[in-house]
Design a protein around this ligand. Structure first.
Ligand SMILES: Cc1cc2nc3c(=O)[nH]c(=O)nc-3n(C[C@H](O)[C@H](O)[C@H](O)COP(=O)(O)OP(=O)(O)OC[C@H]3O[C@@H](n4cnc5c(N)ncnc54)[C@H](O)[C@@H]3O)c2cc1C
Length: 275
């Protein structure tokens, strides 16, 4: 994170402009159980979208449905998301939906299908470590969706998720191939949300073989992770977008991520020592 405040995230975005790297912002927080608080998050995103338009910045937004009231009801989350999507459409912007823990996948996809029917400017994240994702992707592709494919960040039971990292990685590539095919066939927007440079190379090679132009192969990465790779991809003509988180809820979020996935401790250590 560049900092807790929105201004910190905007400042970081301005530094990316020269490198032609746009960003996507996420306001940290999740699991909100109070409707008024969820509406405040909704209003935060609306004000953010207004500011992005006013300052003419290329920043999309990414929301968590449990921050918009999914723990209260699917309809609360949907109604709040709809207002954000409506404002985003008016301001010619895009709203992504993060994918949270597996018990939220059905509700998240229901909300996405419903919102996508009225708002083409919306996208959803899918996780390759879940065994169900292939079927989910297959059914979503008919909607000309925007999909951000990630490996998945939560600690999930082996009955529903690939326990072996290698299998989740291989599934990532298989799903990527489906997505790449769908870029041409269904006008899908495919964003590959990974820092795995081996996968980047495999996806790019597959894209070339299928005939997908470089500027339709989009890689999304997190702020501060492998910035040299981010710049190189932009220079090489691929679409790249960097996700920046901000907000005061980082401490609980960060501790939970470490607790849920001990491998993240190693990432942090490596990141401290890596150039
Ligand atoms: C734009 C974006 C949006 C995301 N949205 C979601 C979401 O909605 N839901 C969800 O469950 N997950 C989300 N994630 C997280 C994702 O699921 C993975 O947990 C995360 O990206 C790490 O996996 P990886 O694909 O980079 O591959 P890995 O195999 O885990 O990592 C590949 C290499 O990247 C480097 N690396 C990876 N992560 C870090 C790190 N934190 N610090 C330092 N180096 C690192 C390491 O060198 C590592 O060897 C998102 C990720 C990105 C990039």
């Amino acid at each position: 994170m560049p900092g807790e405040e929105l201004d910190d995230a905007i400042g970081a975005t301005r530094l990316f402009v020269a490198e032609r790297i746009p960003t996507v912002f996420t306001y940290l927080g999740e699991g909100i159980k109070d409707l008024h608080e969820a509406q405040q998050v909704r209003d935060h995103y609306i004000a953010l979208l207004e500011r992005i338009a006013r300052e003419n910045l290329d920043i999309e937004v990414s929301v968590k449905l449990t921050q918009l009231g999914l723990d209260l009801s699917t309809s609360d989350a949907y109604e709040n998301l709809k207002v954000v999507a409506e404002n985003a459409r008016r301001l010619k912007n895009v709203v992504w939906i993060d994918m949270e823990r597996s018990n939220y996948v059905d509700a998240t996809l229901d909300v996405y299908r419903k919102i996508r029917a009225g708002y083409a400017n919306t996208g959803v994240c899918l996780q390759s470590y879940l065994k169900r994702t292939r079927d989910d992707l297959e059914s979503l592709l008919k909607l000309s969706p925007s999909i951000r494919l990630v490996k998945g960040a939560y600690n999930e039971p082996k009955e529903i998720a690939f326990a072996e990292k290698k299998k989740a990685d291989e599934n990532y590539f298989e799903l990527s191939r489906m997505l790449l095919g769908s870029i041409i066939e269904n006008n899908t927007r495919a964003a590959f949300g990974t820092h795995d440079t081996v996968l980047h190379a495999r996806v790019m090679k597959a894209a070339e073989e299928i005939g997908v132009p470089k500027d339709r192969v989009e890689i999304q990465m997190l702020y501060g992770i492998k910035p040299e790779v981010q710049k190189r991809l932009a220079r090489e003509g691929y679409r790249i977008r960097v996700l920046i988180s901000y907000g005061k809820a980082w401490y609980r979020w960060y501790l939970r991520r470490l607790a849920e996935r001990p491998a993240n401790v190693w990432f942090v250590v490596k990141n401290i020592f890596a150039k």
